[in-house]
Design a protein around this ligand. Structure first.
Ligand SMILES: O=C1O[C@H](CS(=O)(=O)O)[C@@H](O)[C@H](O)[C@H]1O
Length: 299
């Protein structure tokens, strides 16, 4: 069933494939293509929605997040390495490294309205300590630590006008909102937007729609939650798997929500109980999403 035929808010299985830790779906409007990562399997995946063509790129460490660039490349955050990938030639060019010497990995990240790559990290140890940070990476490879003291940096997204940045710690579990200067990438005036728990689900990946509503994957409750700009819960949509990880708007009208999920640490019995865990779903929504900016390679 194509995205245009789906009933509103009804999740449909997009692909009959399961991934261990699918995250970071990204819509490539130029090519009508969805990209996502399978973090722990160190892979980047792509689906050409019209043709169904699938492509996979493999890397040598966990692929936490990535973003699309204005030059048609992909900026990729591996465990520590940040590099450019040309998806057509498979050429890879190193840019910089992040958090060398710290037992952490990159996690959620996104290109901001300032055209920079915002990358969060997470404590990679079983007992999560607040060692994680949020960084801004510019085309010249300058890494600027913007905030720190998190356990699992997540949920980054910007308001439609770019003046506000949302950011979560899945193990807070909370979502903060910052004032954002699009010209400089400066952030200020951090306020608490949401305090969450396992009722609605810990805040994993997120996206914002054109009404300024924050869509958050409630990763510990199997929900996709939509919050108004004042923090009011507007919708909580049950997903067909226990652990949704991140929403992303796409499709020609930006009214198709693609949602990734995980089966990290599942036993064989749990996988059998939840056969859709680790799959991607899509659902139609009423309000289009905010298009994610491309990384400004070309200045
Ligand atoms: O993005 C991620 O978030 C989840 C969050 S939680 O641990 O369920 O609170 C984490 O499991 C996953 O490893 C990480 O990539």
């Amino acid at each position: 069933m194509s995205g245009n035929d789906q009933v509103l808010y009804q999740p449909e299985i997009l692909l009959d494939e399961t991934f261990t830790l699918a995250e970071c779906p990204n819509w490539d409007a130029r090519n009508n293509r969805l990209y996502w990562t399978d973090i722990l399997n160190c892979k980047l995946h792509a689906l050409d929605v019209a043709s169904g063509q699938r492509r996979v790129w493999e890397f040598d460490s966990e692929l936490g997040c990535f973003g699309l660039t204005d030059a048609g490349r992909i900026i990729v955050a591996l465990r520590k390495d940040i590099l450019f990938l040309d998806p057509e030639t498979d050429e890879r060019v190193a840019l910089c490294r992040i958090e060398d010497g710290i037992k952490s990995r990159t996690n959620d990240g996104k290109i901001g309205p300032d055209g920079a790559f915002w990358v969060g990290t997470m404590d990679d140890n079983p007992d999560k300590q607040p060692i994680a940070s949020l960084y801004r990476i510019t085309p010249d490879g300058v890494i600027d630590q913007k905030a720190t003291g998190f356990k699992i940096s997540n949920g980054i997204a910007w308001s439609p006008d770019g003046a506000q940045m949302y950011h979560s710690d899945s193990r807070g579990p909370w979502v903060n909102r910052w004032d954002f200067d699009v010209a400089s990438g400066d952030i200020s005036n951090c306020t608490r937007f949401l305090d969450l728990d396992d009722t609605l689900g810990r805040p994993d990946g997120a996206a914002v729609d054109m009404d300024g509503c924050y869509w958050s994957a409630g990763v510990s409750a199997g929900n996709l939650n939509r919050f108004a700009p004042d923090g009011t819960l507007l919708l909580s949509i049950p997903m067909p798997m226990p652990n949704p990880t991140m929403p992303c708007f796409g499709g020609p009208d930006m009214k198709t929500l693609y949602v990734s999920s995980h089966q990290e640490g599942y036993s064989a019995e749990k996988r059998a109980e939840f056969p859709h865990a680790g799959k991607l779903v899509s659902l139609r929504v009423e309000v289009p999403g905010v298009a994610v900016t491309r990384f400004r390679e070309k200045g």
